[in-house]
Design a protein around this ligand. Structure first.
Ligand code: IMP
Length: 416
């Protein structure tokens, strides 16, 4: 029996998981999403063409791969259908769990309205209705993808919910949808998506029994995990490797390698603690060179130095076997580069993540920068200072670097 491997983001998201998963796909039969929804955004460059994926697993760009959207994902049928339209022949290459929860238009309206009410305490969500969909799931009032097979019944049930939540809708100044228009949408979703809906857990069990190779593609980053991230400034799912198991129905014994994706610096979108944020010249320079703009929302990402304390924490949470270091080329030409090796917290020096991370101040060490790693595909050709930087990151996180990305292109990757 084979085992499933996991690729997981170990900072605050946007680490470049898409490129790694895309590169690895050629070795896998199945690529699966296990959590989150269309708040995720993966950018993949192939032969100069940019693909932005939100709900679709990255294996879709490889004709041999079967793509699975697992039970832990919240699925917007509208977004998925639009994304599916970019690809031909998805029949037999895409499966959606009947147990995944639906993310519908009203979830997004509730998300946006609640954020507005929070004012300067807003989380800075993507506004895609992720929190409200998961809240329905946890409150046991959600609706699952399998219900799309009977759109009339689903519509009736949704209207019962709307009736129960009339007061909330009115406080948030959200219009309840028109029955006929919602029914029309649900029928369209049903017609298009029904052939893809199945029990994906059983499918994956069978695949493992038949020695097929499975890759689990994480969404968001570990520091945005609902339990272990910088709560409440987090997303609404378990983004760490453990979430990939519940989100697909696999057990811990079925997991093989866990690869952590990390950028050579740190970024974060939305509000919340970010100890190494640089609001000055360097943060701006990283943002410019790294084109740090959100794929899903177009928002500018906050940028700063590599936080080795956070990476050490998420390396343990995820049980990492190796690191994939992304966007090293963005630091090309910096005279000095900084690494946060510890925090100053309540008068002490610490190397763990306190639950009130906003009160921690970074303690940096500085290293000499390098001229250029852009496009290098051979480790031996890297400048010595870049090698020293990589080595230091390995020492501080306690995990070996296995892949180094030196440009957005699929093949500009060093494999160690
Ligand atoms: P939500 O997931 O839309 O509820 O947003 C909650 C927090 O997670 C916000 O800070 C978002 O910016 C952040 N977030 C959600 N998805 C992503 C992602 O794919 N990349 C980076 N940040 C994300």
């Amino acid at each position: 029996m084979s085992k499933a491997d996991i690729v997981v983001g170990i900072q605050w998201g946007d680490e470049g998981k898409g490129k790694v998963v895309d590169k690895l796909c050629e070795n896998y039969d199945f690529v699966c999403r296990s959590a989150g929804g269309h708040n995720a955004g993966h950018t993949i460059w192939v032969n100069g063409i940019r693909y932005a994926l939100h709900l679709m697993p990255s294996g879709v760009l490889h004709p041999r791969c079967i793509n699975v959207i697992g039970n832990g994902v919240v699925v917007s049928p509208e977004v998925l259908i639009a994304e599916m339209a970019q690809f031909e022949n998805l029949k037999g290459r895409l499966y959606i769990s009947d147990r995944a929860h639906l993310n519908l238009a009203h979830h997004s309206l509730i998300d946006i309205a609640k954020e507005k009410l929070k004012g300067d305490k807003a989380i800075g969500t993507t506004g895609k209705g992720i929190g409200p969909s998961y809240a329905d799931k946890i409150n046991r009032v959600g609706h699952r993808v399998g219900e799309l097979l009977e759109p009339e019944r689903l519509c009736e049930n949704l209207f019962k919910d709307f009736e129960e939540n009339k007061i909330l809708f009115s406080i948030l100044e959200i219009d309840i949808p028109e029955y006929e228009s919602l029914l029309k949408d649900l029928k369209r979703f049903s017609e298009i998506l029904s052939p893809y809906i199945t029990d994906t857990t059983r499918m994956l069990w069978k695949a493992l029994d038949e020695d097929k190779r499975i890759l689990l593609e994480g969404a968001q980053g570990s520091m945005l995990d609902i339990d272990h991230g910088t709560y409440p400034y987090v997303t609404s799912s378990n983004t760490i490797s453990a979430g990939a198991l519940t989100g697909l129905g696999l057990n811990p014994k079925e997991i093989g390698e866990v690869i952590g994706i990390v950028k050579a610096y740190t970024t974060r979108v939305g509000n919340g603690a970010f100890p190494t944020e640089d609001k000055g010249e360097y943060g701006e320079k990283i943002a410019q060179i790294g084109k740090e703009i959100g794929v899903s929302t177009g928002r500018k990402r906050r940028c700063g130095w590599y936080d080795a304390v956070a990476v050490k924490y998420t390396a343990r949470l995820n049980g990492l076997d190796s690191l994939s270091l992304m966007k090293l080329d963005v630091l090309d030409g910096f005279e000095k580069v900084k690494i946060c090796r510890a925090y100053e917290y309540k008068g002490e020096e610490i190397t763990y993540i306190p639950s009130d991370l906003e009160n921690a101040k970074p303690i940096y060490e500085e290293m000499d920068g390098w001229d250029k790693v852009f496009g290098i595909r051979d480790y031996d050709l890297l400048p010595e200072n870049a090698k020293k930087y990589i080595k230091r990151l390995e020492e501080l996180s306690g995990v070996k670097v296995k892949y180094i990305s030196t440009s957005p292109e699929r093949d500009d990757t060093i494999v160690l």
